[in-house]
Every structure is written in C-alpha cells, then in structure tokens.
Design a protein around this ligand. Sequence first.
Ligand code: SF4
Length: 642
Amino acid sequence: NFKYLFTPYKIGKCEIPNRLVVTAMATNYCTNQGLATERYIRYHEERAKGGWGLIITENYAVNEHAMAFQGIGGMWNDEQVASHRQLTERIHRYNTKIFCQLYHAGRQTFSLVNGGVQPVAPSPIACPVNREMPRELTTHEIHGLVTDFGTAAERVKKAGFDGLELHAGNGYLIAGFMSSYENRRTDEYGGCFTNRMRFLREVLEEVRSRVGSVFPVSVRFAAEEHELGGRDLAEARMVAALLEEMGVDMINCSNGVYGSYNLSQISTMYMPHGWTIKNAAELKKVVNIPVLGVNRITDPLMADQFLSMGYCDFVGMARASLADPFLPQKALHGQFQSIRTCIGCLQGCVGSLITGSPCRCLVNPECGHEFEYDYSAEVTPKKVLVIGGGVAGMEAAIAAARRGHKVTLWEKSDRLGGQFISASYPPGKGEFATYIGCLNYYVKETGVCVEFNKEATEESIKAFGPDSVLLATGAVPNEPKLPGVNRANVVYAEQVLLGIKTVEGRIVIAGGGETGLETALYLAASERGDISVVTSLEKVAKELNGVKRVEALKMAATRGIEFITNTNLVEICENGVLLEKGGETRLLPCDCVVIAKGYHSNNSLKDELAFLGDRLVTIGDAVKARNALEASASGCKAGYYA
Ligand code: SF4
C-alpha cells in the first residue's frame, strides 16, 4: 500500500534505506558526563531493529554548560567519543543510519543543570518558560562557541556517525541568534537578516572545515516560531535558501520555541496530526535538498501520504518511535493493529524530562528499559492469574504471556480497559482508545485466557490454584462525605463520561482536578448547559503537566466554563450547592452536581489473599491511585517478573 515510505533516498551522498526518521528527543539516559550508557545504546538499537531508516540522536551538548537536561549525550571532549562509537557500531549492525544532533541550549536551560553556570544568550532576555535571566554573550565568547561546534562535529565523525544535524531551532542558542524574537543585539550578530544568520553561518563553515564536504550535515530550524516577533514563513524561506546555498544536505523543518503560544514545538493530543507539515512543503518549494517534515505524525499511512503529496522527503517521528520502536516493520507487514500509537499524552516523555527524570512512554512501558526486558530468556512456565483488566492488568498479562507463562485474566465487567475507557471520552482524547484497542490485540495474540464478569474471591482463587497472582483491581472514585451527596441530582464523573448518566441545565462539577476539568470540557462540547467547576484548589487541574494544562484551560475559556477556586463545597441541596469561602457561605443554584473528587485504590482483596504470601503482587492503581503511566509500567514489570 505504501508508495514512497519504504523507498530509499539520499541525504548528500548518504543513502537512507527508507523515509522514516527517528527525530531527536532528549532521553536523560546518558551519564552526567555526556557518555552513552548501555541503556541509551539498547534504546537506539531497538529502533534500528524496528526498521527506521535514520536515527537522529538527542541533542548532544557542544560544551559542558550547553545542556538543557543533565543526562544527555555530549561531544565536548575526546573521552566521550569511545562510548558513542559503541552506539554507532551497534546501530550499524542493522540497515539503519545514525546522525548525531549537536546543540547549545542557550537561554532555554537552568544554571542548576549546568554546574551553577548562568545560561547564555544573544541578549539578556529570560526565556518565558524557564525564566532564568541569561547573560549576553561577548563577541569573543561567540567565536569560542563557533569553535566548540567545530570540534564537537569532528568528534561526531570520529565516533562513526553517518552524519550530523545542527539544532538551529526551537529557541536554542543558534535559533536565538537567528530570530529577532530573542536577539536584540546591535553588533554584527544582530539586527538585519544577514547579521542574525552570522552565527549559524560561522558555525556551519567551522563544521564543514572539520568534517569535510561529503559528510552529511542537516539543519533543524523552526519555520514558524509562533511567537510575537518570532520567525514567520516568509523569513523561513530565506533561511532555507541560505542553508542550501551554504552546502547543507537536509533541512529538518520544525516549529515553535519553548514559549510558543500554541505549543507547536511538541504538540499535545489537542492538536491535529501533522498540522505544520505544510511549512515543510513551503520550504521544499524553494530548495532542491531533502526536507524532513515533523509534528505529531504517528500513522505510517499518513506519513506516506505526505510523501506522495510532495510535502516532504522524509517523515520524522520522535514520540511515535518511543511508543513503538517497531512501527516501520509492523507497517511494512500491514500489522497496523499491533502498532502502539503515540496518543500525545506527554505523561511519560515530556512529563518525565521536565522533572529531570529519564524519558518514558505511557503506551510503551519498555521504552528506556530495553536493556532490562529480554523475552528470549528461558523461564519455568507458571500458572499466572491477573485480577483486573485495566491498563496495569492487561500489560501484566501480556508481559507474562510473552515470557511463556500460562496466563488467565479475570475481569469483573464485560470489557477490558478499566478507567482508560472513560479517560478517552473528553474532547481531544479519543485517541486514548487506540491504546486499549492495541492492548486488546496483544491480549489475544499472546494467548491470554480472559474471563469476563468474573468476581475474584478467596475461594475462587484457591479453587483456581495459581502459582502467581497479580492484583490489578485499579481505583474507584472518592465519595465525599458531604451532606446531600446521595441526592437524586448527584452523579459521578465516570458515569457522565461513559454515558451511564445524563446531566443538563445548570451543572456544578465538584472537584477541579484533571477529571473535573475534562468532564467540564466533555459537557461543554456537547452543549449540555452552563457549567461551573467548584474546587478548593488554587490552580485547576494542577496535576496536568504544564503544556497540556495550558491547552485544556484555553479550551475551557472558549467554551465559557466558570471556575470557582479556593472554595469549599459544603453541602448539596435540592436546588443548588452551598459554597464556603473565607468563612462566608452562599447558595449556588444548579440542576445537578457531578462529583469529580479523585480516586483511591481498590485493593480490599489484598488482605483476604494474604495466604498467597510472595505469590501475590499488587500493581497499578491498586497500590496507589496515580496515573496511567505508572499503571502501565508497574503492570509490565510485574508480568515480566511473575
Ligand atoms: Fe506519546 Fe504519551 Fe508516549 Fe509521550 S508518553 S511518546 S506523548 S504516548
């Protein structure tokens, strides 16, 4: 079915076996000294095995103060070369090429990450997200940085990479010089287009002088920065033409900066797929070198369509490659159902990175743990019983079955998916259902025996006689101890999302966490009435990571949802709710109340099953109500070690 996706194409003289590219994504798997670890190498190796044509590594720092994250690769000294040579040698066992991306974070970092050294930038303007004031670079320092890029490029070549990519996008240092969004210099590095491109030009010339004319060099830059005073498409065409003129071999067309008003740098589940691909198409019109298009492209058929339409020559997938390293092979063999599709949740990838933790993926609990999971290793087959068919239970059952155990899964309802089913109902989250669909596929494919409408009790488990029991009974909604909570006008968020109960008119949602906000969005989207969210929190949905929260609140604002914060809902009456703030109470009239007060573990069975001793493992929300990222990870791990 694919016209172009699996055809080779050249970057300079380097032939890439297909058009699917793993684009750069910070992992935090390297050491703080920028060395490749076995974890990091296995992570990339898995993607090479999976059939990607080209891997562009995470952004390697060109000096020891250039990092936005502590555990990323580095090319600032000769000692770093050997470990990265191991990486390239391992990748070259497969039919995959690997480029190293080089960067300096500029102002988009913290001194905390760089040994207490203040960030540097073209001008002393703080990044609106990181908010740490950078120091303006002197001309002498700029020349030093040009040399840093050159020597780092030389090491990239020595380490055996097939090419390199300069990160001149997304608000990092080179991008900062290129854009009047960040650059207010009045010397030869600021002002007119030619001056703003000077640092990039000098870096490119230095790099070329070190790696020669044949070594492939790609440049990633943002076609549109989506920020007041940032680059627009008109200037992006000029940049693209300049890059070709300067002998660059490929353009990687990105978008946005850290502070972009529409968060275009890493799009959330609320943004359409491939929504900036037309920018790549515009650049392609003005150059004859390959153009790589990116941005929430997760489907191989969509990727092929973009290639067929001539929008780009390569399609980059960073998060989709975290979600499924074997996406290319599965696509090639038509196994679309088996692809673990990135759902744009940002829980495991961006959500982990911003806390300084290693990159993870919600829908692929083995991401970053490839070194740990080896399904070819022999085990003594056991009779494994998994109780509960939510995300944790399904992942556990799949991992245990893949290990060779005989696995039975008991689910008390008539379908698998648990809370993740209702989680897919709010606007923008429909794709969450693909994960459950995919897990259903693997449950079947691995031969797990599923029994629906099956209650687990001490007796039934004893009668079944398992060698190992994985308790994945999930979480249940909190029932607040409020006067009036049992009235007929009260329902629970999950009942609303699943269509079990209908509400309309004047609706009050009790609870402003993630579920409260998303239920409000769901009701507003179907125009069910006027919605107020009452919360004791100062910040609505504060558990959502920043990027998603911004998007969700923007949607809420356009849909007229009212937030009543720092307020306690103290009683539910027949015709409204009684609110208390600062010692004063008032009645807020309403027709119905939706309870969204969070969840608590449902593990009442645990004590009854104490007789199992260490044959019982409790997993997922049944341990502690957290999030789906922890549920999938703990499920997979428990299943693997069952
Ligand atoms: Fe995609 Fe979510 Fe995985 Fe990130 S954690 S790669 S957004 S599925």
